[in-house]
Design a protein around this ligand. Structure first.
Ligand SMILES: Cc1cc2nc3c(=O)[nH]c(=O)nc-3n(C[C@H](O)[C@H](O)[C@H](O)COP(=O)(O)O)c2cc1C
Length: 226
């Protein structure tokens, strides 16, 4: 598969088949992603791969924390405290698309909460990945990490696998560290669901829009003499 096709076919998948993913396949994805560039070749990625009972146990603990209304203390602020344009509108449209696909009404708080709770089970995918970074590293390592994550997701597409990057899995980092027996030198950045897409699930049926290049790009002195 060429890069462009992988880029345009990758999408966030939120319902999965029960079919497991072989360890060798996951290792293959990580082996591809490790080629991602990083400042001074620091390679800041530290990855935990959970499946089976251990995944179920962590998922259940996270879901319980959410259902009990516990407030997590994320290791970093992924989103701004106050939203503003144009990001606020894009965020709203994103949520709307999801709820429309599931035919969940705006005021149906129970179904909205249930849908959000599925995040903590990594949407019942067979594999949950968790991504950590050494707390002492700087903001640049977050850039590096983004490249690693996208590389991993593209490698997954090539293998016929699906993913969903998940900030939701980083909402209760203390709980995750406790479950994995980690101390707090590692910052939890996000998680990811990995598995085979359930192509019949309505939640997987929509695609999100993107702004055109002209909307976010400024060319200065890009002149060509003919
Ligand atoms: C770092 C990161 C964190 C995300 N966290 C979540 C999440 O917690 N839950 C979720 O359903 N989607 C999450 N998403 C998926 C985005 O909503 C999705 O990428 C965006 O709407 C664009 O859609 P697409 O991935 O299908 O192209 C996340 C994406 C990224 C890159």
């Amino acid at each position: 598969m060429d890069v462009k096709t992988a880029l345009s076919t990758r999408k966030s998948v939120r319902a999965y088949l029960k079919r497991p993913v072989e360890r060798a396949v996951i290792e293959g994805l990580l082996d591809a992603a490790r080629h991602a560039p990083s400042g001074a070749n620091t390679q800041p990625w530290r990855v935990w791969v959970l499946s089976g009972e251990r995944k179920a146990r962590l998922g259940a603990r996270l879901e319980q924390a959410f259902r009990e209304g516990r407030r997590g203390a994320p290791d970093y602020a992924y989103y701004p405290r106050e939203w503003f344009e144009p990001y606020q509108s894009r965020r709203r449209a994103c949520g709307l698309q999801l709820y429309e696909a599931l035919r969940i009404a705006r005021d149906d708080r129970q179904r909205r909460a249930d849908q959000w709770a599925a995040n903590y089970r990594a949407f019942d995918a067979p594999v949950m990945l968790l991504f950590f970074v050494d707390r002492r590293l700087g903001a640049g390592s977050y850039l590096d990490y983004g490249m690693f994550l996208q590389s991993l997701m593209l490698a997954a597409v090539e293998q016929g696998l699906a993913t969903c990057a998940q900030a939701a899995l980083a909402e209760y980092p203390e709980l995750v560290r406790d479950e994995l027996g980690l101390d707090d030198e590692l910052r939890l950045l996000c998680g990811m669901a990995l598995g085979y897409e359930d192509r019949d699930a309505p939640i997987n049926a929509y695609r999100t829009p993107r702004e055109p290049v002209s909307e976010f790009t400024t060319f200065i002195d890009h002149t060509r003499r003919r």
